[in-house]
Design a protein around this ligand. Structure first.
Ligand SMILES: O=P(O)(O)OC[C@H]1O[C@H](OP(=O)(O)OP(=O)(O)O)[C@H](O)[C@@H]1O
Ligand code: HPA
Length: 183
């Protein structure tokens, strides 16, 4: 499939690659200010957060450490299944550490609400959340999010790590899918 064909599947581009990079720069600066003089571990939630982690991490002008978790809540569809399972745990002992969880989207809030309490139970110095996107209208669980790229409408989005049935993660922009893709 060539890239023009893939772009045709998008009905609307919400954020371009340039806008995403600009916003991540701003978020990295904000995080740097907040954690000045402290060691910081950022934890990416596989697989969707790979792009955000790579670009956010390289936007810092200081040392940070990176670790990863994989959890499952969506399966292959577009609706959260309501059950969170750990597929891959952290390699790092986070007790006494400052942790920022990095994800690309908060939708129902289920995943991040569950993850926050899971990581908090490991006695870290602090746990905060950074997400590129958040859908306020879709929230079903309260999630305290410190760093948000953008709030977006309650529509299924793809690109920049976000998939529909494992496709579109490698798009550089973020957009909504045309109806013909779902049918
Ligand atoms: O707020 P929620 O409704 O819980 O949705 C948010 C979660 O859904 C996505 O992951 P997904 O389960 O699709 O896995 P993936 O990152 O492997 O695509 C995303 O990366 C978040 O972790
Ligand atoms: O809108 C979305 N798109 C892709 N994956 C997702 N996981 C939660 N919400 C979304």
């Amino acid at each position: 499939m060539d890239s023009a064909h893939v772009e045709n599947d998008l009905v609307n581009v919400l954020f371009t690659e340039a806008q995403i990079q600009q916003r991540l720069q701003e978020m990295a600066q904000e995080i740097e200010r907040d954690y000045e003089g402290e060691e910081l571990l950022i934890v990416g939630i596989l697989r969707g957060a790979v792009m955000v982690m790579a670009d956010l991490a390289r936007s810092f002008s200081r040392h940070i450490e990176m670790d990863w978790m994989a959890v499952s809540s969506y399966g292959s569809g577009t609706k959260s299944s309501g059950v969170v399972r750990i597929l891959k745990d952290l390699d790092t002992d986070i007790s006494g550490r400052h942790v920022v969880i990095v994800d690309e989207i908060i939708d129902t809030g289920l995943t991040l609400s569950w993850l926050t309490s899971n990581l908090t139970s490991r006695n870290p110095a602090s746990v905060q959340i950074a997400t590129l996107l958040r859908k306020p209208e879709a929230l079903q669980m309260p999630v305290d999010v410190k760093y948000v790229g953008w709030d977006i409408p309650n529509e299924f989005v793809v690109g920049y790590g976000l998939d529909y049935r494992e496709k579109y993660r490698n798009l550089r922009d973020i957009g909504t899918l045309a109806p013909h893709v779902y049918s």
